[in-house]
Design a protein around this ligand. Structure first.
Ligand code: NAI
Length: 303
């Protein structure tokens, strides 16, 4: 029981990866706040308490303890209520899993401001709001663990996801900042870049044979494969693990690199634009990042 006596908040736990993490945390002994607004994939329209209530029912049927929260992560006030739900029901909070998400894919030159803002609001601002709401409790008790869902769409790249990629790479920066700032209070923060067949990946086009083969592979990546890593990272067994970006895909686990200078050039007297073209570019271009996408990097069958 790696999470015995701990209280976890899992956002977006009404389905997909979040539900599996919430159930796995409850099975590992945690009492869990199942947070979900029951939104559509785009976040548009009225929400529903039903998806979150189903996760609560699953946890309780397995003998676990769970409470339902239907507040949105995407505002300061509602995020405070999500954390308050943990305090009200279970008297404490030890774990925050920032998992809630929506998608509004659009090629960049057609991306509307509301598509940008709504995706950034749920993923990046929502992760900040919920993490920040828990921070005073973590500080006071000198312990706490955050896990935030990032994505290879942000870490590597993808078509038509400027809003999502920017938010997800922002989350990596947020997590590292929390890890640095809250280390002195015994608080840890890590990211997971998950892979799973869920309603989010159902939206991936499958028109060409190559796309169909890719989607066939994705279909076999069930969401629960991501849960053990989240349980481990929020347990005391991970006490020395912070500021890292992990990935999970089927039966594979990854540790991601984080940006560091890969090459430097120096010129006595400084640089002119012409000297950069003539001397710096030939030296640096050997290390340029390829013009690739997540699926180019993760090009092998995971199973
Ligand atoms: P999902 O769409 O099945 O689950 C997301 C959940 O978040 C939904 O139940 C939705 O109602 C909830 N939600 C949306 N807006 C909310 C809000 N404002 N407040 C509270 N809850 C809200 O998606 P999936 O695939 O399970 O994704 C979970 C996380 O993993 C997301 O952050 C996603 O970006 C990330 N991810 C998923 C990948 C995949 O392969 N499925 C790949 C990379 C990242």
């Amino acid at each position: 029981m790696m999470l015995q006596d701990k209280v976890a908040v899992v956002t977006g736990a009404g389905g997909g990866i979040g539900r599996e993490i919430a159930c796995a945390m409850a099975a590992a002994g945690a009492r869990v706040v199942v947070n979900d607004v029951g939104a559509s994939l785009s976040g548009a329209g009225a929400g529903s308490a039903a998806p979150g209530a189903q996760t609560v029912a699953l946890i309780e049927a397995a003998g676990g303890a769970a409470a339902l929260s239907t507040d949105s992560v995407a505002s300061w006030e509602s995020a405070q209520r999500i954390v308050a739900c943990a305090l009200d029901h279970f008297g404490r909070i030890d774990i925050v899993v920032n998992n809630a998400g929506i998608l509004r894919d659009q090629i960049f030159h057609k991306m509307a401001p509301e598509d940008w803002l709504s995706v950034v609001d749920v993923h990046l601002n929502g992760s900040f709001f919920v993490a920040r709401a828990a921070a005073p409790y973590f500080r006071a008790q000198q312990s706490g663990a955050y896990v935030h869902m990032t994505s290879t769409s942000g870490l590597i790249g993808n078509f038509g996801q400027a809003n999502y990629a920017a938010a997800k790479l922002g989350i990596a920066g947020l997590s590292k900042s929390i890890a640095l700032d809250m280390h002195r209070f015994g608080v840890r923060s890590n990211c997971i870049a998950p892979f799973a067949w869920s309603r989010m990946t159902e939206a991936i086009p499958a028109e060409t044979p190559e796309q169909q083969a890719r989607v066939e592979n994705l279909r076999r990546m069930t969401p629960e494969k991501n849960a053990p890593l989240a349980v481990f990272l929020t347990s005391d067994r991970a006490r020395d693990v912070t500021g890292q970006i992990f990935g999970s895909r089927g039966n594979e686990l990854f540790l991601f690199s984080q940006p560091r200078p890969v090459r430097s050039v120096h010129r006595d007297g400084g640089w002119t634009p012409e000297a950069i073209a003539d001397q710096a570019l030939p030296a640096l271009s050997a290390q340029f990042v390829p013009h690739d996408r997540s699926e180019d990097v993760f090009s092998w069958d995971p199973l």
